[in-house]
Design a binder for this molecule. Structure first.
Ligand SMILES: Cc1cc2nc3c(=O)[nH]c(=O)nc-3n(C[C@H](O)[C@H](O)[C@H](O)COP(=O)(O)OP(=O)(O)OC[C@H]3O[C@@H](n4cnc5c(N)ncnc54)[C@H](O)[C@@H]3O)c2cc1C
Ligand SMILES: NC(=O)c1ccc[n+]([C@@H]2O[C@H](COP(=O)([O-])OP(=O)(O)OC[C@H]3O[C@@H](n4cnc5c(N)ncnc54)[C@H](OP(=O)(O)O)[C@@H]3O)[C@@H](O)[C@H]2O)c1
Length: 499
């Protein structure tokens, strides 16, 4: 990055080139900020949609909403586009908005230290490069680092093993005995795809999930034409999906009428889909609907009734060679082990290290669970912003829209820095405490606080990942910064002269 003399736009380092990083870069460009770089540890853009290439990978928020509001795509081929199509859409955005010159691949950020005297971040990459930026925006996601459980004997496993988010496409599963550990949103997408080709499929389920029909369809030529020809119709269509999903938030309030309705719908769907009563019982959760992510699928339940598929509900105890031993004393001989065990979702920004004002360590500050102001700023870490940070995940609507709200907010912070000649902006501890007290109070009334384990909360039960309310509420709160919530450090004249 070129040096940043005073009065010029701040230099911005964006970490990660997933949806969040791409969105940030596009909006910075639109607002006239040219000096930004997207640092990406991998060899391509797309984040989630680059890494999750398992068979059947697709979104579960309808594509006409799960896309940028400023870049509608009338040509989505399905209600829920698959991973290759979503990745193509993101590549298109990168090209259309001229982001290629700003991309640095194979650059994993390792640490960042704030230099208060200069008002800049000193960054270090994993391969030892030292970089500087006035502002750092993290777009490293919540679901980027696969989680592999520590099962005794795992290292001794004699077959092939991989995680759903690092699918081994070179490995042919045909005729093999395959074990899948986990039955979350990833597992239920690829299990129906691989079941017909494997010899035997063992699905290790620790706890069942609430599941409803997905009703995915091809988008017809007429609908595509109408959406392309009449942009206002496309906007209306998008808004209709948004409000339909938004209404679902009522189901996330504990003991609400809507949550009972959802539970009945899911129970009926299970009853209708699975004829075997024992299997049905094993698939019935004992926690409120929504406590874990509600799954959408039309082919998972039928797949479980296939001859060559077995649902294993006894806990996995240990592994010896190719043998998987369960608590009921059985030994399952398998060729391939697929982990559909999710991500290290609550350890935000790890393994990066951030040092803010006075050398304070972000992970030390977060030892009882990550928290932020509007999921995007942390007191004591000036000019540092996060996208899809703590408490910005949803169970009912599009994350892309949450990211867009945060980007809009951060751009305004940067504009204020530029216009007011600020050295830094730092959210006050009072604003952050008040925000998080209210947030946790609201979260305690939601189903996520109920008796289930999920990636939405830490081992001690603090809900660190989910937003507490309607997206509309987040949209309203992030329309423009409340400047009372920020300490604004003026650029000292000495620095101004040097700059
Ligand atoms: C399989 C799957 C399906 C999903 N489907 C939906 C859906 O239907 N609807 C929905 O709303 N949400 C969905 N999500 C959530 C999804 O993660 C978000 O919607 C969105 O893609 C997040 O984008 P992001 O850019 O914030 O993060 P990511 O897509 O995770 O991108 C983060 C990027 O940062 C890079 N990175 C990480 N660490 C570093 C570092 N230290 N230095 C440099 N680069 C780094 C990564 O390599 C990656 O490219 C899904 C998630 C998964 C896993
Ligand atoms: N668009 C989509 O359709 C889609 C697809 C994939 C992912 N996603 C997103 O990504 C998130 C993560 O999905 P995911 O399925 O990858 O992960 P996940 O929802 O966290 O599910 C992980 C699964 O692995 C099981 N598991 C974890 N550790 C285990 C252990 N030690 N022993 C046995 N089982 C273990 C879990 O069981 P327990 O439930 O008992 O913990 C769970 O079934 C989703 O919630 C969703 O937000 C979306």
């Amino acid at each position: 990055m070129a040096p940043s003399p005073l009065g010029r736009s701040p230099r911005v380092a964006i970490l990660g080139a997933g949806i969040a990083g791409i969105c940030m870069a596009i909006q910075l460009k639109k607002a006239g900020f040219q000096d930004f770089t997207l640092y990406e540890k991998a060899d391509g853009i797309g984040g989630t949609w680059r890494d999750n290439s398992y068979p059947g990978a697709a979104c579960d928020v309808r594509s006409h909403l799960y896309s940028f509001s400023f870049e509608p795509n009338p040509d989505w081929s399905r209600t829920y586009a698959t991973q290759p199509e979503i990745l193509r859409y993101l590549e298109h955005c990168v090209d259309k908005y001229g982001l290629r010159p700003h991309l640095r691949f194979h650059t994993e950020m390792e640490s960042a230290r704030f230099d208060a005297s200069q008002g800049l971040w000193r960054l270090r990459t994993r391969d030892g490069q030292e970089l500087e930026a006035d502002v750092v925006v993290s777009g490293v996601g919540q679901l980027n680092r696969p989680s592999i459980p520590s099962i005794p004997g795992l290292e001794s496993f004699g077959g092939t093993r991989f995680h759903s988010a690092r699918w081994n496409h070179a490995h042919d599963l045909s005729g093999e005995t395959v074990a899948v550990i986990g039955n979350g949103a990833s597992a239920i997408q690829f299990i129906p795809q691989i079941a017909p080709k494997v010899g035997k499929l063992l699905v290790f389920q620790r706890s069942p999930n609430w599941l409803i029909s997905k009703s995915d369809q091809e988008v017809g030529a007429l609908k595509k034409w109408l959406l392309r020809r009449f942009p206002s119709l496309a906007a209306l269509h998008r808004a209709a999906i948004y409000w339909e999903l938004e209404a679902r938030f009522f189901a996330f309030r504990q003991h609400s009428f809507m949550s009972k309705v959802f539970e009945q719908v899911a129970r009926l769907y299970l009853r209708w889909s699975i004829s075997n009563p024992k299997l049905r019982e094993a698939l019935t959760p004992d926690y409120p609907v929504g406590c874990k992510r509600i799954l959408l699928s039309d082919d998972y339940y039928p797949t479980l009734e296939r001859e060559n598929v077995e649902l294993v509900t006894s806990g996995l105890e240990r592994i010896e060679g190719k043998g998987l031993f369960t608590q009921d004393g059985r030994r399952h001989e398998v060729d391939t082990l697929i982990f559909a065990t999710g991500f290290e979702a609550t350890s935000f920004l790890a393994p990066m290290r951030f040092q803010g004002l006075g050398g304070r360590d972000l992970h030390e500050q977060w030892k009882d669970g990550a928290e932020a102001y509007l999921g995007l700023a942390v007191s004591g870490f000036p000019n540092f912003y996060m996208l899809y940070g703590p408490n910005t995940n949803l169970g009912h609507n599009s994350i892309i829209f949450m990211i867009e709200c945060q980007v809009r907010y951060i751009v305004q912070c940067l504009e204020a820095m530029r216009e007011r000649e600020l050295l830094w902006l730092d959210v006050t501890p009072e604003a952050m405490t008040a925000f998080n007290t209210e947030l946790q109070q609201e979260l305690s009334k939601t189903v996520w606080a109920a008796n289930c384990g999920s990636w939405y909360k830490t081992a001690s039960g603090k809900i660190t990942n989910n937003w507490s309310s309607f997206v509309t509420d987040f949209d309203r709160r992030t329309r423009q910064p409340d400047w009372v919530a920020f300490h604004q450090e003026a650029r000292p004249p000495a620095l101004a002269a040097v700059g």
